[in-house]
Design a protein around this ligand. Structure first.
Ligand SMILES: Cc1cc2nc3c(=O)[nH]c(=O)nc-3n(C[C@H](O)[C@H](O)[C@H](O)COP(=O)(O)O)c2cc1C
Length: 167
């Protein structure tokens, strides 16, 4: 089985989750930024990760899912500033699912990621009220994803691999 871990990450949170997932996979594997992935041909399974922007997959990831994931076996992992149990998170995950057409979705993982200070400043100045609202999450996101969350990501990867018959 050949597995790809592909990620989009502006400030490093999703990349750290991607690396944890990659480390937990016991199979032929590659890890790449999403921008370097032309196609999912040749992979039996792709873990695709990205941050949530304004309640949706970040634009580049949304375009990738809509265009390049069709017909493929995919597991998604996402990071967001909101705590995992925040009421809006379910909507984020639903928006991610809506970006998939004819995809075999074998799992979805999400966790909180730190809001970088530059992003807090940017969001606080935005015209979009949702962006300003998320600037307020800044202090509670410090240090995320922490070791507990990264371990949850590893467990997710092992479970997906097992369910796909790879271990
Ligand atoms: C433009 C922008 C919009 C964002 N919108 C949301 C949002 O709607 N909900 C949320 O929980 N986090 C939001 N975030 C926070 C990121 O999803 C979060 O910090 C994520 O972990 C960043 O991942 P990265 O470091 O891989 O880029 C937003 C961040 C940016 C830059």
């Amino acid at each position: 089985m050949k597995v790809l871990v592909a990620y989009l990450s502006q400030t490093g949170n999703t990349r750290r989750v991607a690396e944890a997932i990659y480390g937990a996979i016991d199979a032929q594997k590659e890890i790449k930024p999403l921008s370097e992935v032309q196609s999912l041909e040749g992979y039996d399974l792709a873990f695709i990760g990205f941050p949530i922007h304004a309640s949706n997959p970040a634009a580049e990831a949304k375009a990738f899912l809509e265009d390049k994931a069709r017909g493929k076996r995919v597991a998604l992992f996402v990071t967001h500033a909101a705590p995992e149990d925040h009421g809006e998170v379910r909507g984020y995950l639903e928006n991610c699912r809506c970006s998939l057409n004819d995809v075999q979705l074998v799992g979805m993982f999400d966790c909180q990621g730190e809001l970088a200070q530059a992003v807090i400043d940017l969001l606080a100045r935005s015209d979009n009220p949702k962006h300003r609202q998320f600037a307020e999450y800044g202090p509670q996101t410090k240090g995320q994803p922490d070791d507990t969350r990264l371990e949850r990501a590893r467990e997710f990867a092992r479970r997906v691999m097992e369910e796909c018959g790879a271990s």
